[in-house]
Ligand binder design. Structure first.
Ligand code: FES
Length: 107
């Protein structure tokens, strides 16, 4: 079963930046505001080792985020790792913006 959980207000999420929020208990997601291209949600932690993705650099045009620890770049649309050392994708969550609410799909 998939439910939508309000993670934050859109106004709390500056364009071009990533922020970490908990949704539904102890699950954490990294939300990224791509401006006109919308909001993306990926797992808060890198797939490679312990690092919080929201501390990485966002590229709004490429829809990517760079892990702050070892520099792997992840595709925010698919979660795919586009460069080493990470080889596994990060999880991607569905996101819907309704008025000022950012809703994340979790199962
Ligand atoms: S922890 Fe993210 S690339 Fe190593």
């Amino acid at each position: 079963v998939t439910t939508e959980i309000r993670a934050t207000a859109l106004s709390e999420l500056p364009v071009g930046e990533a922020r970490r929020f908990s949704v539904g208990g102890d699950r954490e997601v990294c939300l990224v505001n791509l401006g006109a291209d919308g909001v993306r949600a990926i797992s808060a932690e890198c797939s490679h080792a312990h690092a919080y993705m929201d501390e990485g650099d966002v590229d709004v045009d490429d829809h990517t985020i760079e892990c702050p620890r070892h520099g792997s770049v992840f595709d925010l649309d698919t979660g795919a790792a586009k460069s080493l050392p990470a080889t596994s994708p990060v999880q991607v969550f569905g996101v819907r913006v309704e008025d000022d609410d950012v809703l994340v799909e979790v199962s």
